[in-house]
Structure formats: structure tokens, C-alpha cells
Design a protein around this ligand. Structure first.
Ligand SMILES: [Zn+2]
Length: 477
């Protein structure tokens, strides 16, 4: 009887072991410099990386083995700015050629038709696309709560749990409707008390502060032109009281700067600073229109920046001063932004876009493949206050890993020269394997946790039924 109990107990206590065998590992060393290890093995126990070694110890008996011969093994990529539901409204013809404010005015009307099931589907298909691109952790700012809709933060959180993606789910919000001088129609904004009550509810229900957490809740009022000063102050105080992060859009376009000067008598950065929306627990998305003094303010206060190059290009917003921010030692993460303003959610491709865009502005030697990887891994981890937990392939880190097969037409010839350069400068391919929290979620190039083909069919059906008449609608200046 004792032997049986001991065997059962041993079985229950035994850690699940995953071996990634014989890969070319690209990771960060103890000084955060890039390090490339040929023919190395990654040992994973449960949801943590146990070690990265040249020889697998005999004592490590894996339950599962991934043969990474000919593949590059990199830290799971981190996406620091997204609106996952927006895959439901990508490539809408009336706003395909619009700048930010016109684009939003066209889309607010569409987003009034959102409900719980649609948001969940749209979010999950965005996450499937990101997982296939090697991304393992994502931000999400969900901020549209139409008056007659049943939508709740749970739609996104459930979608992430089902597909197996690590998420910083933002309880987003808008409180400054058109009748108060804001941009969004009154039907998609909420009053401050309702928003703050729901922020507290969602934190209580879902926020996991422990290391290795799969779900964290951050507070994310949308933008200076859609939120009241009272909401800024109240959400900041709540975030401080509950030790959760703050994230918002700042200085995305010149129109936003003009709006803030006209309505508040301040530039966007000054407006945020006056509500104490600065510091190491705050990140600002975009920051295209920061001036030199504002770059210094961001650096001096430890505020982080989420850079979204494709969205900035598609909306014609401009080029964010990322090289200047990095030179000033600002923490910069990478974001794909919502699928309506990127029209894709490929995080590896976004790293390449960051490299290309900074070089357009600052020259060929201004931004390296290493810089691109840094934004997409270490920068994101630091922005999310998860340094030494996410963003590396090293002992003790969460087992979040992306594996790319470099024996493909996309990388032919290039990977022989430089695997890191190939990943960041060639046309970005699909990851072959992706591991999140020790679980294989992309297996041989396919999402393993949901039926992706069925998901695509359901999303297409929802889009046809709810948004299929977009060609005849919308506001286009
Ligand atoms: Zn955004």
C-alpha cells in the first residue's frame, strides 16, 4: 500500500519535461548583450526553463522532445500594444485611406455593433496570428463598451485562456463623448463611476500578480481625445492602490496635439503628466509627436514607450523618435497596434518594420537586427515590469519560446550568414513551434490549441453579417 501511495505521489509531484533539441539559440547574456549558441538544447520543466546546455544530462528524461535541428530558437516575442477585437474590422474600404481621426470616426459606428461573442472571436483570431508569428505575450486595450451591448472584459480574457496565450488584458475605457467635446459618439462612452467600478471588478476577478502569471490586468483609458481628466486621475489612483500597470495612447498624431492644445491648453505629454500618468508603471503607445523636451521627460520619469511602426505608417501618422528614446535609455517595447490600423498581427514582421522605419529617418547604421530583437523581447518584458521573467531563453525564465525553421525559401542563403540578421531582415515567416508557459501552442506551423480553420470561418461569417456593408457606409473625408 505504501509503495502504491509513494508511486502515485511521485507521479503527481513529477514535473513535466520538454526538451528542445539541437537548435541555434539566440538569447541575451547576463549583460543583456545578444548571444548565439550553436547546437544547444533547452531543458524545460513545467512552465520554466531549467537550463540551456550543450549536452543534455542523463538525468533529464523528457516527456516530449522537439527536434530543432536547422532551426533558430529565440525568446517568445512580446507585443506591447494591441486592440485584439479589431481583426473584425480590418481593411474596411471607407477608412482604408484615412488618417487617425477620420479613421476613428468611420470605425466608431462599426464598433457600436460589437457584442461579447464577436469580440471573443475577433480577439482569438488575432492571437492565433500572433502565436504563429512567434509572439507569446500580448497586451490588449479593449476600450469600446457600446451602450446596448453585452460585451465585457471577459470576452478577451476567455479567448486568451482558451488559445493559451499570456496576456496583459487592459480594462480600456472612454468617458469623453462628443457632447463633451471628445471624438467618440456618446453611445460608446461610459461614465467615470461605471468604468472605475468595472476596473475594480476585473482586477479582483482576474489579476494575478505572481511571477509566471498568464493573466494580468492593466488599466488603459484610451486617449486624451476620448477620456476626461477625472478618469485619468481616478484610474491612476486605482492602479497605484492595486499595483497594476497603466497604459494609454499618447502623441500619436499632430491632430491629437492640436486637439489637446485647443481643449486643454497643453500638449498631450504635458496633459498626461498633469494627471501623474508618468513613471515606471506607466507606458505610452506611439509617441510619434514627442519633442526633445518630452523625450527627456519620458526618460527622466522612467515612463516606457510602445512603438507601433506599421500602424504609424498605414495611418500616415509619422515616425516616432525611437532612436532618440533608446539613446536616452527609455524602455521601448514593440506593438502591432490594432488589426484595423495594421491589418496584420505578425510580431516578427513588426520588428522588421521598426528596423526599416528608423533607418528611413536616421540612416542604415542607426538601428540593428539586435535592436529589433531587443524591442520585441527585453524591451517588452521591461515595459510590462517582467524583467528577468519574460523575454529570454535562460534558466529560471518562463518557458515562452519561438522556433523558426531557417531551411525555407524566406531564409535561404541568409541564415548561413547570420541567423539573427535573417530573422530580422528577411521576409518574416511563420514560426514552426511556439511554446507558452511550457505548453506547445504552435506545432509544426499550426495552432495546436484551437481549430484555426474553423475560427477563420466563424470570424468571416461574423464580419459578413455585421460589417459586410462597410463599402457603403462610414465617414471618409
Ligand atoms: Zn492603439
Amino acid at each position: 500500500m505504501f509503495a502504491l501511495f509513494a508511486a502515485l505521489s511521485d507521479n503527481i509531484m513529477r514535473r513535466v519535461r520538454l526538451l528542445i533539441k539541437n537548435g541555434h539559440v539566440i538569447r541575451w547574456d547576463a549583460h543583456d548583450r545578444v548571444e548565439q549558441l550553436k547546437a544547444h538544447h533547452v531543458l524545460i520543466e513545467d512552465n520554466r526553463i531549467r537550463d540551456v546546455v550543450a549536452v543534455v544530462p542523463k538525468s533529464f528524461a523528457p516527456d516530449q522532445t522537439i527536434d530543432a535541428t536547422g532551426c533558430t530558437v529565440i525568446p517568445g516575442l512580446i507585443n506591447t500594444h494591441h486592440h485584439l477585437y479589431q481583426s473584425l474590422t480590418r481593411c474596411l474600404k471607407p477608412v482604408q485611406n484615412a488618417k487617425l481621426f477620420d479613421w476613428l470616426l468611420g470605425l466608431y459606428e462599426m464598433w457600436q455593433r460589437l457584442d461579447f461573442d464577436a469580440v471573443k472571436l475577433g480577439s482569438q483570431v488575432s492571437m492565433a496570428e500572433m502565436l504563429l508569428s512567434g509572439c507569446t505575450t500580448t497586451n490588449d486595450m479593449f476600450y469600446v463598451y457600446p451602450r446596448e451591448s453585452d460585451v465585457k472584459a471577459e470576452a478577451v480574457i476567455e479567448a486568451a485562456a482558451e488559445i493559451g496565450m499570456r496576456i496583459h488584458a487592459g480594462r480600456g475605457s472612454m468617458s469623453l463623448g462628443r457632447s463633451k467635446g471628445g471624438l467618440p459618439p456618446d453611445d460608446v462612452v461610459q461614465d467615470e463611476a461605471t468604468i472605475v467600478r468595472d476596473c475594480e471588478r476585473v482586477i479582483d476577478k482576474f489579476h494575478d500578480p505572481k511571477p509566471g502569471a498568464m493573466t494580468r490586468i492593466d488599466l488603459m483609458p484610451c486617449s486624451p481625445f476620448s477620456i476626461t481628466f477625472d478618469l485619468l486621475k481616478e484610474t491612476r489612483a486605482l492602479a497605484r492602490a492595486r499595483s497594476v500597470l497603466c497604459h494609454t495612447h499618447v502623441a500619436e498624431t499632430q491632430d491629437e496635439t492640436d486637439f489637446c492644445i485647443k481643449k486643454f491648453g497643453k500638449r498631450p505629454a504635458d496633459y498626461l503628466m498633469s494627471a501623474d500618468w508618468i513613471g515606471p508603471d506607466v507606458s505610452w503607445a506611439h509617441c510619434v509627436c514627442l519633442n526633445a523636451g518630452e523625450v527627456k521627460l519620458v526618460a527622466d520619469t522612467g515612463t516606457a514607450v510602445a512603438h507601433c511602426p506599421s500602424s504609424n505608417m498605414i495611418l500616415g501618422s509619422g515616425i516616432a523618435p525611437i532612436c532618440q528614446l533608446m539613446n536616452a535609455k527609455v524602455t521601448v517595447g514593440l506593438g502591432v497596434d490594432g488589426s484595423s490600423s495594421n491589418n496584420g498581427a505578425h510580431v516578427l514582421a513588426e520588428a522588421r518594420q521598426a528596423l526599416l522605419l528608423q533607418r528611413v529617418k536616421n540612416g542604415a547604421d542607426s538601428f540593428t537586427p539586435e535592436d529589433a530583437l531587443r524591442l520585441a523581447t527585453l524591451g517588452g518584458a521591461k515595459l510590462l515590469n517582467r524583467t528577468r521573467e519574460l523575454g529570454n531563453v535562460a534558466a529560471g525564465y518562463a518557458a515562452d519560446i519561438a522556433i523558426f525553421d531557417l531551411n525555407t525559401v524566406e531564409y535561404a542563403g541568409a541564415a548561413v550568414q547570420d541567423p539573427l540578421g535573417a530573422l530580422m531582415m528577411c521576409h518574416a515567416a511563420r514560426a514552426r513551434f511556439v511554446i507558452v508557459n511550457g505548453r506547445v501552442v504552435v506545432n509544426d506551423g499550426q495552432v495546436a490549441t484551437v481549430d484555426a480553420q474553423r475560427l477563420v470561418a466563424r470570424v468571416n461569417d461574423v464580419v459578413r453579417r455585421r460589417f459586410g456593408d462597410s463599402g457603403a457606409r462610414g465617414t471618409r473625408s
